[in-house]
Structure formats: structure tokens, C-alpha cells
Design a binder for this molecule. Structure first.
Ligand code: A3D
Length: 320
């Protein structure tokens, strides 16, 4: 069987890390596309030269031509600009919307059967715009945010409880913004929900609240430390988990920005919810029960995404 083909649109910090992980995990051959001449070619060659040392077989091609993504099985989009200190994700909207229009055209022309994962911010609005521009079926395009947000939550919790990250599960819903919704009730250590762990004296409610807040601002914490860009190792690892679930038909249940058509009371928007990813793409949207407080937080988060989607429609009326 021929190797799978994975196209990475955007060969910056996340794109380069994705390309490395695809090789190390032997998920397939890689096409790195970027408008910056030499960057995808240079990164591709450098990575290919690491393959004899690490012992993996994968072809790397850097390109400025969309024709090279033809027939890709998976496409991961990071093209655009990242945040700098003092910027919100929403400040990126105008620039990155234009980028999504050109990336969508390229996908439509050369790889309309691919499973597409969008990472470009502001995430929930950009994946919405990319679907409009590419015309992809709505079960074949998702946004990466929830896996990253819940990984941050899991890491902070494991640190607090002094247990393995492997035994902490966490749930984060809603848009990828500072009003995302970390769901404490559905987050556990080896199956024990967090509110029970508070009762058991493992942590205090105040400490748990502080961890929730740190999770919400997790992206900004890294931006302030790096100063020249935003997080890339954990975002890349998160998107690879999604791609792997599709390529290997693992049917993992992962929080992703998925198209909602009435689920959770939301129409024609991409918002972070738990989904099953398998060979059929988004195979199921999992609708969990929320209490009133959780619902209120979710609705607030959805309203922020709605605002960004309306702004996209204002800039490009063809998407309305
Ligand atoms: P960066 O290292 O700047 O890479 C972006 C790349 O996109 C650069 O190499 C650009 O040359 C390239 N590019 C720009 N315009 C185009 C275009 N029209 N076509 C093709 N390539 C183009 O950024 P990064 O890799 O650190 O981040 C990429 C995106 O991911 C940004 O929008 C970030 O805000 C976003 N991001 C999202 C998350 C989420 O959790 C959703 C986390 C971290 C970063």
C-alpha cells in the first residue's frame, strides 16, 4: 500500500513541528506548502536529513505550488500570522481571513477529498471561513483547539495532584478564546471527577478555580514568554492526534471545533464540542448534558464565535 500523503499549508513554527512529528510517527509522506520561498524547501530537506538518524522513511517536498498537494489524504492548515504580546486572537481576523480564502481555493482545486484540520486563529471563525472557501463536506473539516486546551488543563491538574498526565482526563468546550469552557464535572483523575477530588482534600476549590483560569489564558501565557510568536509544540502534537485518529480509523473522542447543525442549539457554526474522528471524518457529535452554569458559559463562548463569524461575513459577503 502506498504511503499516505499529508499536506501542511503553512511551514512556520507549527508547520515545521507537524512535519517532524509526521516523520517520527511514520504517518506518511509530507508536502510543506508556504508562500515564503525557501522555507518549506529548507525545512523539508533538513527533516529528511534527520530520517536516517531517527530511522523513519518519509518523503518531504517543500513547495510554493498548490498542485503539489494533489491527492492529499490529510491537510493541516497553519497558514497566516500568529499573535504577538498585546494582541488577542481576534486581532488576526482580517489578515487570516484572506489567507483562508486562498488556501480554500487551493484545497478545492487539488484535494477536495482530504480530511482538513485548521489551526489558524481566530480558530472557530477561520475553520468556518475555510469550509466556505473550500466547499469541503462539513464532516471533512475540523478545527484544532479543544485537544490543546484540554491538554493544558490536564498538564496543570497532573502537576497539582502529582500524578501522571496519562491518568488525567479533561474536557474543554466552546470557542478557542479566553471564554472557553473547561468542564470541571467531566474532568477526572482515573475516573474520579474533580469536584470529588476537592471533597477528598486533593486540592481546594480556589486552587481548582485558578487552574481553570490558567487554562483559559494558556495561549497568552506562552505568547508573553516567547514574545515573538505563539505556542507550537503542543498545538502540533494536538493536531497530529486528530490526524492519526482519521488515518488509522481510531474513532477517538476528541474535543474539536466541528460544524454544528442544531446540536447544542447552534446552527451553521464551528464550535468546540466532543466528536468521534474516524475514517469517515467527523463520525459523530457527542452531545453532553450541561447544567445551567455550564450552559451559560457555553452560550457566552458561542456568542463570541458568532461575533467573529459575522465580522467575516462583513468582510466577505460571498460567505454570508
Ligand atoms: P508562523 O510560524 O508565523 O507560521 C505561519 C506560516 O504561514 C508562515 O511561514 C507564513 O509564511 C505562512 N503563510 C502566511 N500566509 C500564507 C498563505 N497565504 N499561504 C501559505 N502560507 C502562508 O505561525 P505559527 O506556525 O506559530 O502559527 C500558525 C497559526 O496557528 C497562527 O494563526 C496562530 O495564531 C495559530 N495557532 C492556533 C492555535 C490553536 O490552538 C487554535 C495555537 C497556536 C497557534
Amino acid at each position: 500500500m502506498a504511503r499516505k500523503k499529508i499536506a501542511l499549508i503553512g511551514a512556520g513554527q507549527i508547520g515545521g513541528t507537524l512535519a517532524h512529528l509526521v516523520g517520527l510517527k511514520e504517518l506518511g509522506d509530507v508536502v510543506l506548502f508556504d508562500i515564503a520561498e525557501g522555507i518549506p524547501q529548507g525545512k523539508g530537506l533538513d527533516l529528511a536529513e534527520s530520517s536516517p538518524v531517527d530511522g523513519f522513511d518519509a518523503a518531504y517536498k517543500g513547495t510554493q505550488s498548490y498542485a503539489d498537494i494533489e491527492g492529499a489524504d490529510v491537510i493541516i492548515v497553519t497558514a497566516g500570522v500568529p499573535r504577538k504580546p498585546g494582541m488577542s486572537r481576534d486581532d488576526l481576523l482580517g489578515i487570516n481571513l484572506k489567507v483562508m480564502e486562498s488556501v480554500g481555493q487551493g484545497i478545492k482545486q487539488y484535494a477536495p477529498d482530504a480530511f482538513v484540520i485548521c489551526i489558524t486563529n481566530p480558530l472557530d471563525a477561520m475553520v468556518w471561513a475555510l469550509q466556505k472557501a473550500s466547499g469541503l463536506p462539513k464532516n471533512k473539516i475540523v478545527g484544532m483547539a479543544g485537544v490543546l486546551d484540554s491538554a493544558r488543563f490536564r498538564y496543570f491538574l497532573a502537576e497539582e495532584f502529582k500524578v501522571s498526565v496519562e491518568d488525567v482526563t479533561a474536557f474543554v468546550l466552546g470557542g478557542h478564546g479566553d471564554d472557553m469552557v473547561p468542564l470541571v464535572r467531566y474532568s477526572t483523575v482515573a475516573g474520579i471527577p474533580l469536584p470529588d477530588l476537592v471533597k477528598m482534600g486533593w486540592t481546594s476549590q480556589d486552587k481548582l478555580d485558578a487552574i481553570v483560569e490558567r487554562t483559559r489564558k494558556g495561549g497568552g501565557e506562552i505568547v508573553n514568554l516567547l514574545k515573538t510568536g505563539s505556542a507550537f509544540y503542543a498545538p502540533a502534537a494536538s493536531a497530529i492526534a486528530m490526524a492519526e485518529s482519521y488515518l488509522k480509523d481510531k474513532k477517538r473522542v476528541l474535543p474539536c471545533a466541528a460544524h454544528l447543525d442544531g446540536e447544542y442549539g447552534v446552527k451553521d457554526m464551528f464550535v468546540g464540542v466532543p466528536i468521534v474522528i474516524g475514517a469517515g471524518g467527523v463520525e459523530r457529535v457527542v452531545e453532553i448534558a450541561m447544567n445551567d452554569a455550564e450552559k451559560a458559559m457555553f452560550e457566552k463562548s458561542v456568542a463570541s464565535v458568532q461575533g467573529l463569524v459575522e465580522a467575516c461575513k462583513g468582510i466577505n459577503p460571498a460567505f454570508a
